[in-house]
Design a protein around this ligand. Sequence first.
Ligand code: AVJ
Length: 366
Amino acid sequence: MQSGEPLESRRPLAASSTLNHRTADWSAQGPPDMGTSSEAALSSGYRLADDVRRDLQASPKRLQPRYLYDALGSQLFEAICELPEYRITRSELHLLTTHAAAIGAGMSSPLTVVELGGGNGEKLAVLLSGLVDAGVDLRVELVDVSATALELAARTLARFPAIRVTPHQTTYEAGLQDIGEQRIAEVRPGGMLVAFLGSNIGNLDPSAARRFLTMVRGGFRSGDRLVLGTDLVKPESELVAAYDDVLGVTAAFNKNLLVRLNRELGANFDLDRFAHRAVWNAAESRVEMHLESLRAQTVSIPGADCAVAFAAGESIWTESSYKYESAALVALGAELGLARHDQWVDEDAHFAVTAFNAVEGLRGQS
Ligand code: AVJ
């Protein structure tokens, strides 16, 4: 949402009560904290406090979406994926199941499949089984800063005993670089298919999305491919419903951020004095989540060494989910050296899976 936002976005982590999701900084300061796990508690506490102090004193007030994913937040995200109003996960699984062979079509074997920040590995598994059925010889590289996510994904992929799976616990950029170097060192033949799914690109603002695509393109050889899952612009009522569901699960997901600050920083947010808001910002093509203060109030946050005054109606901006037009996505890729291989659109849910080929001789620009 803002400049300086982490490039890697949040993602679901299924069924983990201990760790949550991962993020990594574009500035590649190394793997950041993983939230509330005990292993990361000390260093992440300082990081959280600094971020909270800075971002709640900024104007407008905001909090980074990465902090939504503590243990409960990760579980709530899993619940969001089951909501009738939130169609991204089901739609993408359906497209991947139906078009797996086409997604890998024409790529040279053996195929190195790289998933960036894939969470529990379920979507990758769907893609892989389609490729296995199509007779493709595969190996898999998983890139994630979260050890827990890598373990979960490795467990999911154990159902493919013939596929060698290599985890890379690092940032997207460093992971792609390692994999590129290994391909050279091993003189590994075949193509590389990079998967970035779940509309996680939606959490990147347009300039960060460009930097991300340029970075991926920079690690490609001619013939390599990117498969991108992207939620599309659709009627406002559907967009808002997906982020403000009737059961209130997304509201709980958003307000859990305040629960987290109360627990981890000793803050005294009164949850009844804040309301979840989901707003479609058409000019920016994004759904914004906010926590709106229902009255004038001051909240103290001892762990971040500050007190924050809210006016009635003032909000904390907690997340942006950018929505794309399918054609604009293809145009963006083309501009950055990624030519449309194919695109599959779920016209009902308005979700796209797009496969891009690295264009020979054209490098992404920065
Ligand atoms: C996991 C970032 C893709 O933006 O749709 C779901 C997170 N936030 N409901 C999204 C989310 C509120 C989700 N992403």
